[in-house]
Write a protein that binds this ligand. Structure first.
Ligand code: AN7
Length: 398
């Protein structure tokens, strides 16, 4: 069953519907888990090991073996910050971001519904993922990208997998508005995270975190927030496992935004349940350069219901954290992902995070997504001839 998160109106699972017809709010799938967690044991460690908890037809699955991502204990960084730190590395998914979890489920639903064309607007990663899954499913794929604001790796992926790519003169919010209008006219099946099936895939990040901790919730899950789907999805996942009795506690959901694109943090600071859109969002973390998040209600509910928090970080703090994670722990992430680490640092400094807390930072996309930003953050390699004497002298004098 699909249900409106605001007025509770119910819809059939097979209705192609993105927002509530009665009140216009966002929708979610309602599931009850009636299996034992032991059935997940011994299965291949991808997202579909949880298939009983994902409400789609398992004979229609379109998969690239997503999920089952690394869960790295980070003692060097954790000790520096005084917390027990784990990092969930979503860049290890097939196209290099967590979007693959949403897309495998969304594309499976598209096959179930028998659609021929899928589409999305994207700051980059959604389009990279959708184009790959559409190729695998054999469907026509249309993507709208904000012109000049998509990281190079993501653009390469969308183009190379054969999507019809439109570079929109406008920001992500404007591109999404246009794409949504075309979906409502039934020209295509919309696979942005307003589609509740996307979040059914992404909720498995929450499942895996508590599974990886030995069926325990961390004190806190920290992640970057843009369109606000992922924080909503992860909260849904951990709550489902809590309601099923698989875990005894719930984590504090902690959403980090870039200072120049922070409508959710603004709303949190005022105790509001909806955001006021940020007009001209700007940040080096282009993945989260979003001013009017569609899942704001769900995300703010997640933060309030979990006794969580929201904070902003500057572009400089993001780039510092990106380098810190890469150089102390060997984990390479794109700028948006580093917002979770930057946010953790700031919340430790502010005393919001207590010493000794068990923290999971979700790092959402791979370093290689945005090679330009990575290269710009480093000093250029020294150019030198392949002469041993010269090389020895340079290296030994360092
Ligand atoms: C690396 O691809 O919105 O809060 O169109 O790519 O669920 O939006 C990407 C978002 C965090 C924010 N980290 O997640 C898109 C898009 C990375 C991302 C987010 C995104 P949401």
């Amino acid at each position: 069953m699909i249900r409106c998160v605001s007025c509770g109106e119910e819809y059939d699972d097979d209705e192609v519907i993105y927002t509530c017809e009665k009140c216009g709010s966002v929708l979610e799938l309602v599931n009850e888990i009636d299996v034992s967690k032991d059935i997940f044991d011994g299965r291949k460690d991808n997202l579909w090991k949880f298939k009983e908890c994902i409400p789609v037809d398992e004979t229609k699955i379109v998969s690239l073996d997503e999920g089952g991502t690394p869960f790295c204990k980070c003692d060097k960084l954790g000790d520096e910050l005084g917390v027990n730190l784990y990092v969930k590395v979503e860049g290890s998914n097939p196209t290099g971001s967590f979007k693959d979890r949403g897309m495998t489920v969304g594309m499976t639903k598209a096959m179930e519904l028998g659609v021929s064309t899928v589409g999305c607007a994207s700051t980059g990663n959604t389009s990279a993922s959708l184009s790959a899954y559409a190729a695998r499913a054999g469907l026509r794929c249309i993507v709208f990208l904000p012109s000049g604001k998509v990281a190079l790796g993501k653009l390469a992926q969308a183009m190379f997998h054969g999507a019809e790519v439109m570079s929109i003169n406008g920001n992500f919010d404007e591109a999404l508005e246009a794409m949504t209008a075309l979906a409502l006219e039934k020209h295509l099946y919309l696979l942005n995270s307003i589609n509740p099936y996307r979040l059914e895939g992404q909720k498995t990040i929450g499942y895996e975190i508590v599974r990886d901790l030995g069926w325990q919730a961390p004190d806190r899950i920290i992640l970057p927030v843009g369109n606000a789907g992922n924080i909503s999805a992860i909260w849904k996942g951990v709550k489902e496992f809590y309601d099923a009795g698989f875990i005894k506690d719930l984590p504090m959901m902690t959403g980090i935004q870039a200072e120049g694109a922070c409508p959710v943090t603004n709303a949190f600071r005022k105790g509001d349940k909806r955001v006021v859109p940020v007009e001209n969002p700007e940040t080096i973390a282009t993945a989260i350069r979003i001013g009017a998040p569609v899942s704001d209600i769900k995300a703010l509910n997640a933060i309030y219901d979990s006794n969580g928090y929201s904070e902003t970080v500057t572009d400089e703090e993001i780039l510092d954290a990106q380098k810190l994670l890469a150089r102390t722990e060997g984990i390479g992430v794109e700028p948006a992902s580093a917002a979770s680490i930057a946010g953790l640092k700031k919340l430790v400094d502010e005393g919001v995070v207590d010493k000794g807390e068990t923290i999971t930072c979700v790092v959402t996309g791979h370093l290689l997504k945005d090679p330009n930003t990575a290269i710009d953050a480093c000093t250029k390699p020294t150019e030198v001839d392949a002469d041993i004497d010269t090389l020895r002298e340079i290296l030994m004098n360092k």
